[in-house]
Design a binder for this molecule. Structure first.
Ligand code: SF4
Ligand code: SF4
Length: 392
């Protein structure tokens, strides 16, 4: 890993603090304003959002709290074209214009195709989305263009070979747990970007919070090496030389302060620290049953409203900590959510899964784990959902 010092912390708005636990759009605006002010005051300026983040509410809070309160040239905004919603060439413009309007700005600093993968690439090509992004850049509506990416390095190489001249930046999932992963290929994807001379923005440096919430014996080992879990993960993510921004999804002011501290100033990892973290990754992998990043992209796809990431998080927690309370939480969720065993195996969630998980199969594991204790409740819940959706 080669060292550079230009890397900054980017404020990612996918996991903001909520006023109502079960309402993803109920962002706590006062908390976000406080975080924006602190972040700007610390000398950072990169805000990352998405059309679907918090059902559109993330864009709204940025419009009020950032665009409405700071001069346009004092901050940068990255947004992403929701490619799964684009059904025609005209839709590229429709969504891009809508997003500019939602944020109250007339250009994006970075505009990306959101979640490019093998399943979406044919649509990106059919509806000429790369060409549309190039047009935005030519017209001054986007200063840098690229894509966020969740797939194999072989495909990334093909994409950069074909469209590399247009592309300024690639957003990649990089963290020490995924660095050598055969599934996410973080290192290999990074190396392809380096080969093509592309700037890299890092997402999921804490793997959706997984690397923040580790068992005590792992945490102790990091502490013995002079690092907190957050600091270790962010420093790892920011150390490859083509990385310019590390996005972190901060939910409250304390997390914001901790994140800012790591980057003020940024201290890249050395080879010894890297070896230590990769050895820890091997230990952590043995504890994680389902490799979900809790991004939530699958939620909109499920016709019966399966709370997929919640169930996977609960399952992982149960496997890691073996506490009876996880069974109670599962039981409580059944009041409003379909049980894992109600999955119809339609497969719609699989195409969009950023971690390439076989979701219907994994839901069977969740059901096997939790549903034995709730046979009668499950039966009633399944009957309720069958009636509601007439799916079986
Ligand atoms: S396979 Fe199951 S979880 Fe996935 S979209 Fe279909 S019903 Fe929902
Ligand atoms: S199952 Fe896949 S798409 Fe859904 S939250 Fe997990 S990683 Fe994201």
């Amino acid at each position: 890993m080669i060292i550079m010092s230009e890397v900054i912390f980017g404020f990612e708005t996918m996991r903001l603090d909520l006023e109502k636990e079960n309402d993803i759009s109920s962002i706590n605006n006062d908390d976000v304003m406080e975080m924006i002010d602190y972040y700007m005051d610390q000398g950072f300026n990169y805000f990352d959002t998405g059309y679907t983040y918090h059902n559109g509410a993330a864009q709204e809070v940025l419009k009020i709290g950032l665009v409405g309160r700071y001069p346009r040239e004092s901050f940068r905004i990255a947004n992403k074209l929701p490619i799964w919603l684009v059904k025609s060439e005209a839709d590229n413009e429709k969504y891009a214009s809508e997003m500019l309007k939602n944020l109250g700005i007339d250009y994006f600093d970075v505009f990306l195709i959101h979640d490019l993968n093998e399943a979406f690439l044919p649509f990106v090509e059919k509806f000429k989305s790369f060409e549309y992004l190039q047009k935005m850049k030519d017209e001054g509506k986007a200063r840098k263009i690229g894509f966020s990416y969740h797939d194999k390095s072989e495909l990334l190489e093909k994409i950069l070979e074909k469209y590399g001249e247009m592309i300024d930046v690639v957003q990649l999932q990089i963290n020490y747990l995924d660095w050598e992963s055969k599934l996410t290929e973080a290192r290999k994807n990074y190396e392809v970007c380096e080969k093509y001379g592309k700037e890299v923005i890092v997402m999921e440096p804490l793997k959706g919070g997984t690397l923040f919430d580790l068992p005590a014996h792992i945490k102790e080992k990091f502490n013995e090496n002079g690092m907190s879990l957050v600091e270790a993960a962010l420093r790892f993510a920011g150390s490859p030389k083509n990385v310019t921004v590390v996005l972190s999804g901060v939910g409250n002011i304390e997390m914001m302060k901790e994140n800012c501290k790591v980057f003020n100033p940024f201290n890249p990892i050395d080879e010894e620290e890297k070896d230590f973290m990769l050895s820890m990754a091997d230990e952590i992998k043995k504890l994680i049953a389902i490799d979900c990043s809790y991004c939530g992209y699958c939620l909109d796809e499920c016709p019966i409203g399966m709370p997929i990431p919640d169930y996977f998080e609960l399952y992982n927690s149960e496997k890691m900590y073996s506490l009876h309370s996880f069974y109670s939480i599962y039981g409580a969720l059944l009041a409003t959510c379909p049980p894992a065993s109600a999955c119809t195996e339609c497969g719609r969630c699989k195409n969009i899964c950023t971690q390439k998980l076989n979701i219907p199969e994994l839901l069977k594991d969740v059901a096997d784990c939790f549903e034995g204790s709730y046979k009668r409740k499950i039966k009633r819940a399944i009957e309720k959902f069958i009636k509601k959706y007439c799916l079986r």
